[in-house]
Design a protein around this ligand. Structure first.
Ligand code: PHE
Length: 502
């Protein structure tokens, strides 16, 4: 209907200079809502090139709620004046006025009325009228604006009223319309596609087709996106590669207790191995056996010692070794790699290895803990290296992430001696937080593998989640991993750049 009204009016008078004058039947389209309907109709006609239009914006002054009240009942100062007795009569106190007019009106009105000498104080301190019939200019201006949208007081007065929050501007939009190149009084539906039916019936010959809009923006293409953890992982990988490390194949989540614990000289009675800390698998029931001679050396080291150690002197069970579990650390992978290094053709060669992958622990979940997380793991195996090299590595590695303040604290791991926890100063939290665990692997772990005596192996593990949460300001780890993950955020989170020295 609106489209027809536009087209017939254009047909009759050539142009429409003010779309607010349009009517449909007897309904005027002058209101802001009417103009929104006109715009929708115009855009549709514009897409068919039947009309062209320009938008005209006017600012109109309207009264606020308080402005309306003043226009109706007078300004605060006028109301104060009106409520007071004539001079000579007993005056009213502020308390009396407040009871009659309300605190707001008295607060603003009393001062203004006094300043304009509309009211005065009598001998007892009460207020009485001082002027006979004051001109309430504020209410007058507001009434004028209310009926005409303008005031004879001009711009300065409007600004003043706006400052007092009595008036505000409203944008009013209307359109000026003229005929377009495809103008017609009737809207044709244009075909958007050439169909088999049109070809078969021959109707294509008389059909009119909609123009292609080559400038249209396409739908945003939907592609995959790296998870924030993978973005941070990628930065870590680059730092490792830059420092000459090789990546270990860590894509196997299930290990035997042998590789996850025994081979690392973790006693079979260690509490970390219990059900409440480690996830064990029911099936499959068994895994490939480790090399028999190696298994035997590991068993002996646990039970009776060797390589300068007295061992744990506790029973060692093959059944315990064969249990399948979800690896509790990626150090299980490092261990298998170290065994490979010791037994590769040509013998041991120094190596720097890393992996960043998932580990599992039977833990209650909360805002900062999940039963699965990622470890950033590394080992450096070489002749005659020391704890000093490990500290040097940490400073270099974290320095490349822009993290220059580290502290080291002695710790305990069954498989390293000495062991160190690594702490970093967290600017946001204003305290030292633990970022990783590390150490020099024990001979009880390395020598049964067949590594030469002079070889020292440094190792460490950090979490990937912690730097990711800091980097992306994520408070709850459960919004990063798991069913509460915000997929929209996964797509839009930027790539990571650690601040490096230039
Ligand atoms: N496996 C340790 C952990 O899970 C990390 C570590 C790796 C410590 C290697 C020392 C040596 O916390």
């Amino acid at each position: 209907e609106v489209q027809t009204a536009i087209l017939t009016t254009l047909d009759a008078s050539g142009t429409i200079d003010d779309s607010r004058k349009l009517t449909v039947g007897t309904t005027s389209l002058g209101s802001p809502e009417g103009q929104a309907v006109v715009k929708a109709a115009l855009d549709s006609l514009l897409s068919k090139e039947m009309v062209e239009y320009t938008q005209i914006t006017n600012n109109l002054w309207v009264l606020t709620k308080e402005g309306n009240e003043i226009a109706d009942t007078g300004s605060h100062e006028y109301r104060v004046w009106a409520a007071l007795p004539e001079a000579g009569q007993p005056g009213l106190s502020v308390k009396d006025l407040t009871a009659a007019l309300g605190a707001d009106t008295v607060k603003v009105g009393q001062g203004r009325a006094f300043k304009s000498k509309w009211i005065a104080k009598d001998a007892t301190g009460g207020f009485v009228k001082a002027a006979t019939e004051p001109v309430d200019a504020t209410a007058g201006a507001l009434r004028e604006i209310k009926s005409t949208g303008l005031t004879s007081g001009g711009e300065a007065e409007l600004k003043e009223l706006q400052k007092r929050k009595l008036v505000q501007t409203r944008k009013l939009i209307h359109y000026s319309i003229k005929k377009g190149p495809q103008f017609a009084t009737e809207v044709k539906t244009l075909e958007t596609d050439l169909t088999v039916e049109m070809l078969a019936s021959g109707s294509w010959e008389n059909a009119e087709f909609k123009q292609y809009n080559f400038a249209a923006k396409g739908e945003p293409t939907d592609g995959g996106a790296l998870h924030p953890l993978l973005k941070v992982r990628e930065e870590f990988r680059q730092i490792f590669f830059d420092m000459g490390f090789t990546e270990m194949p860590a894509n196997r989540f299930v290990e035997t207790a042998f590789w996850n614990f025994d081979a690392m000289f973790v006693p079979q009675q260690h509490p970390a191995r219990e059900l409440q800390d480690t996830f064990y698998l029911k099936s499959p029931a068994s895994a490939p056996e480790p090399p028999a001679d190696y298994y035997e050396r590991v068993r002996k080291t646990h039970e009776v010692g060797g390589y300068g150690s007295i061992g744990y002197r506790a029973p060692f069970s093959r059944e315990e070794s064969g249990k399948l579990l979800l690896r509790t650390h990626t150090t299980a992978v490092s261990t298998a790699m170290l065994y490979e290094l010791a037994n590769q053709p040509g013998g041991f060669k120094p190596a720097k290895l890393f992996s960043i992958d998932r580990v599992f622990r039977n833990e209650a979940t909360d805002a900062t803990h999940l039963a699965e997380f990622h470890q950033v793991e590394g080992v450096v195996a070489d002749y005659d290296i020391t704890l000093g090299h490990l500290i040097g590595f940490m400073e270099e590695f974290f320095g490349r992430m822009g993290n220059k303040t580290l502290r080291f604290k002695p710790a305990y791991n069954p498989y390293t001696e000495p062991s160190m926890e690594i702490f970093s100063w967290h600017e946001g939290l204003g305290k030292w937080i633990e970022i990783g665990n590390s150490g020099v692997f024990r001979p009880e772990m390395l020598e049964p593998m067949g590594l030469p005596k002079g070889v020292r192996v440094l190792g460490w593990g950090f979490s990937l989640e912690r730097p990711t949460m800091i980097k992306y300001k994520i408070q709850d780890i459960r919004t990063l991993v798991g069913h509460k993950t915000d997929l929209g955020a996964v797509k839009t989170r930027p790539a990571v750049r650690f601040e490096k020295d230039d």
